[in-house]
Design a protein around this ligand. Structure first.
Ligand SMILES: [Zn+2]
Length: 524
């Protein structure tokens, strides 16, 4: 087995996972197949390029009483990677106590599964902290027992992390499970959280698990199957997930898209152009026999999931995963909360984001201020050596980058840059203050941003500029003022730094040569 990482952005990564039956790309969603009621012909998976599916070992065993275990690949008619879940949830649900943890391990070995899960003890959504703690201990105990019983080393074994909504327990569980030699780790119990849209808790759970587990191994999130969520959970470091949502949604006439769920009953035209949507209309689909409709909708739903995974991988390659999160957050208010919570973990995400990207980044608005590249930039800025007591010239940072190459800035900069008693700084929309020393560093010159002329944003950025200026304690400040941003900055200085000597020079209507002339004349 191997897990090779080919690309990274935020905590998300593109990888290749190899099992005894083949390789597949991650992030990956295992379509969950009901072994007793398969909705789709397994040929469909191969045609769609889906190289790994999942089924439930417990349901498989229960549905075939008295039969000898058979190769699961034959049972499902699928030659490539088959993962099996241990059925811990079903056992809880049916109160079935006749299956021992060691039996489920042995059964998964006999059916030649490629990826097997030990029989953990799910914490569930409603457990109190004490109960959650117990499920963590019990899962660790079962993990140790399973590890002793495991004979087949060619199967990738999954170690589930429990703890539910109790973040401290999740952290403890991750550290304990992380010490044990599993090929893959998994995070349990989030399905109900996702259904209740408690994304804030989900984010904390995933981050807590991620911090405790070895980063070289893939992390599986149980039960995540809505494409709209994928960018968020991938950004937090989930490489694998599994779901039957594509089929369950199809059964009730629900149509999955990357933006959310639609009701088939309400769709007039399909915007998707997958094989299914391209060959029928919503009206025709509605008139079909329910079982045929269910099949076709399941296929579309699955393709929508895999199309989203492609989009995510492409975003990782380009270093644009954060941009994708922002798009989703703007499109759906429920996801705004998701992103707001991720923002709180931005310094952690920053550690895993490449320092140089193949392409620049985008700055759309406030949420972009927290993207790891911006966090990194403000740290770097705080480390720029300060020489006190110089004159500071503040110039508007317009769209042209590097900011000093702006034709209206260049004549000013070239006359002042070699003066030992002057420092230069640009006031910009995406980055706030940009000292000349950082003007040519990544990602400043490569950032796409736009000025929304939002007064609140100007105020926030002006505050940052004023704080930076205060730190320099300059002898005098020349504010080359332009537009509302310049006015806001002037106002901010008179409020926040009343002792500073601010000289306002109007940029508009003045030729750069005259502006620099007047600055040089007044240099003290
Ligand atoms: Zn479609």
């Amino acid at each position: 087995m191997s897990f090779q990482v080919q690309g990274k952005d935020l905590l998300g990564r593109i990888g290749t996972l190899t099992t005894k039956s083949g390789s597949f790309q991650t992030p990956h969603m295992f379509p969950v197949v009901d072994p007793n009621r398969p909705v789709l012909d397994p040929k469909f998976y191969s045609e769609a390029g889906i190289k790994a599916i999942m089924t439930n070992a417990y349901l498989l065993k229960r549905g075939r009483p008295g039969q000898l275990p058979k190769d699961v690949h034959g049972t499902l008619g699928f030659k490539e990677t088959v993962a099996t879940d241990s059925g811990a949830y079903q056992i809880l649900e049916y109160g079935h106590v006749g299956v021992k943890p060691s039996e489920i391990v042995a059964y998964q070995e006999k059916i030649h599964t490629d990826i097997g899960v030990i029989l953990d003890f799910p914490t569930g959504f409603r457990s109190d902290a004490r109960r959650a703690g117990w499920t963590v201990d019990e899962t660790v105990r079962r993990a140790d027992e399973a590890l002793k019983r495991i004979k087949r080393k060619d199967i990738l074994w999954v170690g589930p992390v429990q703890g539910g909504v109790h973040i401290k327990e999740v952290a403890r569980s991750a550290v304990e499970m992380g010490k044990r030699p599993f090929s893959i780790y998994a995070l349990g119990s989030p399905t109900e959280l996702m259904e209740a849209q408690r994304f804030d808790v989900l984010v904390d759970m995933i981050v807590a698990a991620k911090k405790g587990l070895p980063h070289s191994r893939p992390l599986h999130l149980f039960g995540a199957g809505h494409p709209a969520m994928f960018p968020f959970i991938v950004a937090l470091g989930c490489d694998l997930f599994d779901s039957a949502a594509y089929a369950l949604y199809a059964r009730t006439g629900r149509y999955l898209t990357s933006d959310g769920t639609q009701e088939l009953a309400e769709i007039e035209e399909f915007s998707c152009m997958c094989k299914i949507c391209d060959s029928t209309t919503p009206g025709e689909l509605r008139r079909l026999d329910p079982s045929v409709r269910e099949k076709l909708l399941s296929k579309h739903n699955l393709l929508a999931c895999f199309s989203e995974l492609r989009r995510i991988r492409e975003a990782i390659r380009k270093g644009h995963l954060w941009d994708l999160l922002e798009h989703r957050a703007y499109a759906n208010p429920a996801f705004e909360k998701f992103l707001a919570k991720i923002v709180q973990h931005s310094p952690f995400l920053e550690q895993f984001t490449p320092t140089v990207k193949p392409r620049g980044i985008s700055h759309f608005g406030e949420a972009s201020d927290h993207r790891p590249e911006m966090v990194r930039y403000s740290v770097r800025r705080s480390r720029v050596p300060v020489e006190w007591g110089k004159a500071l010239v503040l110039l508007p940072g317009r769209w042209r980058r590097p900011y000093h190459e702006d034709p209206r800035n260049l004549p000013i900069v070239s006359k002042l840059a070699n003066k030992s008693n002057v420092s230069i700084c640009f006031y910009t929309v995406p980055f706030g203050p940009v000292p000349m020393e950082l003007d040519e560093t990544f990602p400043l010159a490569q950032t796409e941003s736009f000025d929304s002329h939002d007064s609140r944003m100007y105020e926030q950025k002006a505050e940052q500029v004023a704080a930076w200026v205060k730190r320099l304690s300059p002898k005098q400040v020349f504010l080359v003022s332009e537009g509302e941003y310049g006015v806001t900055l002037g106002r901010e200085f008179s409020g926040a730094t009343p002792k500073l000597k601010i000289i306002r020079v109007h940029a508009k209507g003045s030729k750069p040569d005259r502006t620099v002339g007047s600055i040089i004349r007044r240099l003290g």
